[in-house]
Design a protein around this ligand. Structure first.
Ligand code: FES
Ligand code: MG
Length: 580
């Protein structure tokens, strides 16, 4: 069988040729300054310039190994005849950034788009992993539409404390509740602090980080299997070098996100997110990425797919016991996608140059308790449900797979907190009469109200109830929650209370009815009374007087629209000036 020769590689077709090729004064300047860095013509001329967009930072605890990985990527780029350039990017480290990394997701997306546009970059690797870094980098890259691959930071190793396995986030919440219930001494609490983050890498539960890196891979934007490899394994270093080699080819092929991302690839991403029992945050990020790609994904599509997609990853917090290291050892995401292959469109193209179906053809499950089959799922329906009702006309979400089934069909009396400070001050006030059947409501916690859409949605349970053994309550807010959180937390209520959404009108003592299986959330107050309350409602003050915060508040869209800025959501890439 004869194979066709590789296409001719004409350096004048490279985007970077416009910087380095011409015999004019500007190009002389570009070339001479590279020479000033010690580079010779042979190092870069006529080669694809590979941007390595690195979100390493001493303030991002999850990305502490990414400087090393950038060097390993460069090794692959040199091997394949490219010219690597590393570019430091704003990093959104979940643990140390206040008020919320979500305030800055769109800023990193803008930075990514503009960094790609304004530099002589032919193709790029996006290095991210800690929650918002993944969607931010991808949103920007989709809009810039240069050949791009997403390189995931990889999860931490499983943590251990005494005989227990500890999962990031989830076990912090769990043992904090035990401590407040009086069941955990100071010494044990300190030991857990020492143990719970065992290595470099992002959270090793199926939190937002593991979810979004899996989403990137199922979209076709990462190499097969990449998202499951723990951060500190030698395999992760070899993966980096493989990325370096592949991105040079992608530069020559001009394989852009617009050739990879379609309505079908976004359906694949949603189905994969549901099948892994992914973070509720994914719904916001996937919608934002889809709109950037011109795919009009809505909450309704999410809901349709959630009814068809079982949860097959037995990974915490949805699953019972396992963590990402176990998931990797069980075969990782390619094995999971093989299990749900009948639900996916396997013809979608990916950054490997092959289709999704080709990527997973050889994948195998090595532990069918960790990665279940469609016949033996962890849950029959998707991990995230979209609810509607008069309390959330534009929808809200809940993750029933991580909640107490006692509360699936529940009517209770509301206890309302005006904002986070109010909740913190009064939660343990016995006069509020909060019981296991109450419905706790928090407002002013949405994209505009908080502002910045923080992860406050796993509202705390009062100490008195914790001591009495209560571990879940119905909790409703216009907030998000960490992907590592759990409980009957109704999130992303849209429109948010700050805009006068119905959540703004709830009063303590009102009845609220939740029916998870019927996808309903209703405030049992008649329309006249609600109209009276609406007439008396006054809009809250704007939080930011200046700066980026003001830009955010002027342009951020609501949760059901993905919280992107309105002026970035749609449209063709901004044309590049041809004179420069
Ligand atoms: Fe970075 Fe959880 S803190 S992924
Ligand atoms: Mg998180």
């Amino acid at each position: 069988m004869s194979t066709s020769p590789p296409p001719p590689r004409d350096p004048t077709t490279l985007r970077s040729h416009r910087w380095f090729g011409p015999d004019d004064l500007r190009s002389f300047g570009h070339r001479s300054r590279l020479k000033g860095m010690g580079l010779a013509d042979d190092d870069y001329r006529g080669k694809p310039v590979i941007g390595i967009l690195n979100t390493w930072s001493d303030l991002n605890t999850c990305h502490s190994h990414l400087r090393e990985r950038a060097e390993e990527i460069k090794r692959g780029v040199w091997q394949a005849g490219g010219f690597p350039v590393e570019v430091p990017m704003m990093s959104l480290g979940e643990m140390l950034m206040k008020p919320s990394t979500m305030l800055y997701r769109n800023l990193l997306a803008m930075e990514t788009e503009e960094v790609l546009r304004c530099h002589p970059i032919d193709a790029a690797i996006l290095m991210g992993g800690c929650d918002k870094t993944t969607p931010a980098l991808l949103m920007g890259a989709i809009s810039a539409d240069l050949p791009t691959m997403f390189f995931p930071a990889g999860p931490m190793l499983n943590a251990r404390w005494k005989k227990e396995t500890l999962g990031s986030g989830s076990d912090a919440w769990k043992y904090w509740a035990e401590r407040r219930a009086g069941n955990l001494c100071d010494q044990s609490w300190c030991q857990i602090e020492d143990s719970i983050a065992r290595s470099p890498g992002h959270c090793m539960t199926m939190g937002t980080a593991s979810t979004m890196t899996a989403v990137a891979e199922s979209l076709g934007m990462s190499l097969p299997g990449a998202s499951s490899v723990p951060a500190v394994l030698s395999e992760h270093s070899r993966l980096a070098t493989r990325y370096g080699r592949r991105i040079v080819e992608m530069g020559w092929e001009d394989l852009k996100p617009s050739r990879i991302l379609t309505a079908a690839s976004f359906d694949n991403a949603v189905i994969t997110d549901l099948a892994i029992g992914g973070s509720t945050n994914a719904i916001i990020h996937i919608i934002a990425m889809a709109r950037r790609a011109g795919v009009p994904l809505t909450l309704d599509r999410f809901d349709e797919l959630s009814r068809l997609t079982p949860v097959v990853a037995n990974v915490r917090p949805s699953g019972a016991k396992f963590l990402m290291e176990d998931f990797y050892n069980a075969g990782g995401l390619t094995a999971l996608m093989k299990q749900i292959e009948s639900l996916l469109d396997t013809n979608c193209l990916t950054v490997s140059g092959a289709t999704l179906g080709e990527n997973i053809a050889e994948a195998e499950v090595y532990d069918d308790d960790v990665i279940r089959s469609l016949d033996n799922p962890v849950y029959r329906e998707g991990g995230t449900f979209v609810l509607r009702g008069n309390l959330a006309p534009h929808g809200c979400v809940v993750k029933p797979s991580a909640a107490d089934p006692r509360l699936f069909d529940h009517t209770g009396s509301a206890v309302v907190f005006e904002n986070y400070a109010d909740m913190k001050a009064r939660l343990n006030d016995e006069g509020l009469g909060i019981t296991a059947d109450s419905v706790i409501v928090l407002r002013s916690a949405g994209p505009l109200g908080a502002p910045g859409f923080p992860e406050w949605g796993m509202l705390p349970i009062p100490d008195r109830l914790l001591k009495a053994g209560v571990r879940d309550l119905v909790r409703i807010s216009d907030s998000r929650m960490s992907g590592t959180s759990y409980g009957m937390c109704i999130l992303h209520v849209s429109p948010e209370s700050h805009l006068g959404g119905p959540l703004a009108l709830v009063q303590t003592g009102d009845s609220i009815q939740l029916n998870v299986h019927e996808r309903r959330l209703d405030l049992l107050v008649d329309d006249e009374e609600l109209a009276r309350r609406r007439a008396a409602w006054t809009p809250p003050q704007v939080y930011y007087e200046r700066g980026y915060g003001q830009l955010f508040c002027k342009h951020v869209t609501q949760a059901h629209d993905g919280c992107d800025f309105d002026f970035l959501q749609h449209g063709q890439p901004t044309p590049e000036p041809d004179i420069f």
